[in-house]
Design a protein around this ligand. Sequence first.
Ligand SMILES: NC(=O)c1ccc[n+]([C@@H]2O[C@H](COP(=O)([O-])OP(=O)(O)OC[C@H]3O[C@@H](n4cnc5c(N)ncnc54)[C@H](O)[C@@H]3O)[C@@H](O)[C@H]2O)c1
Length: 356
Amino acid sequence: MKVVQVEHASGSYPVYVGQGLLGMPGIWERHLDGRVLVVSDETVAAHHLGRLAPVLEAHGRHREVILPPGEENKTVAQWQRVIDELVHLGAQRDATVVALGGGVIGDLAGFAAASYMRGIRVVQIPTTLLAQVDASVGGKTGVNHTDGKNLIGAFHQPVAVVADLDTLATLGNRDYRAGLAEVVKYGAIRDPHLFAWLEANADALASRLPDMLAECVYQSVRNKSEVVADDEREAGQRALLNFGHTFGHALETVTGYAQYRHGEAVAIGMVLAARLSELLGMAETGTADRLHDLLDRLGLPTRLPDDISRTALLKRMRLDKKNRADQIRLILLESLGRAVVRSCPADDISEVLNQS
Ligand SMILES: NC(=O)c1ccc[n+]([C@@H]2O[C@H](COP(=O)([O-])OP(=O)(O)OC[C@H]3O[C@@H](n4cnc5c(N)ncnc54)[C@H](O)[C@@H]3O)[C@@H](O)[C@H]2O)c1
């Protein structure tokens, strides 16, 4: 087991990365307190809730709430269900919420913990690769509004994150690969060694070799923790984590959130951002091809489908509140391992979109 200690304004918390952690009592005695509410979804609970049972029995008073899976359930209505369960449990300010699931459960249960009695403890047990390498670390919690993703939320740091690699065994291939896109992102924006390591081990990672997986989750958590420790509330550095996301979000929106996993859209977005970096003379020729080749070997999509309107994508990208006049704010690369925030002319973005 490896541990990354994440620093934040009012303290720090450990992220445990390893196998067999769900049944490991040493971890749980340290982090569970008061009455415990486990929040999970139907799919994850069917596979993994049983492994937590001995820990919960040993702890004492607890309850479970199992929500329907999927982004469409990251709603105020499901958040209300979790709050109701906390009330029925008789949870006091010393209670603990345990979020067992992917990013949807982590965000929703985290927000319930943030808002119940103005904040109770939450332990995150991320069960998708995306949640292990990204969503569970950093303290962003929330739910969607019908008019927008993550419109309702709060910053609320967990007391611990338990990334048990065994839970990934039941994850489908598409979700697994989508998580790898975020790992590539850390390499591309700030960690050239990680990028080179991913290139050297792409085939082993694509086939989920356990040792590779442990290293990949550990390195990602280390990277994310360094970024969020410096910039807990997204004033500067943390914005770099949005590399590939402006293009990616536009693609997700234009395709009605039905065609791509988030990580798949980000993979395409990262290649587009790298091509734009070359076009603007910021990165040397070949940067985008290297990024493209790695993502391709990991089984991720790397170009826009022919039937998507480039004009519609650009229009969507212009909607971002941070943009001014004919400039769009993006994260671009100076090299693989170094990213910057830049305002870019819409014409150049259009050229890159049309070439993809
Ligand atoms: N808070 C943050 O900083 C942050 C960062 C990135 C993403 N997010 C959020 O994360 C969410 C996406 O997370 P996600 O990709 O984990 O989606 P998800 O939670 O919807 O999980 C994807 C699917 O996999 C299933 N699943 C989860 N773990 C499984 C397992 N071990 N075995 C089998 N099936 C499993 C789920 O039931 C679900 O159907 C989005 O809502 C996004 O906004 C938050």
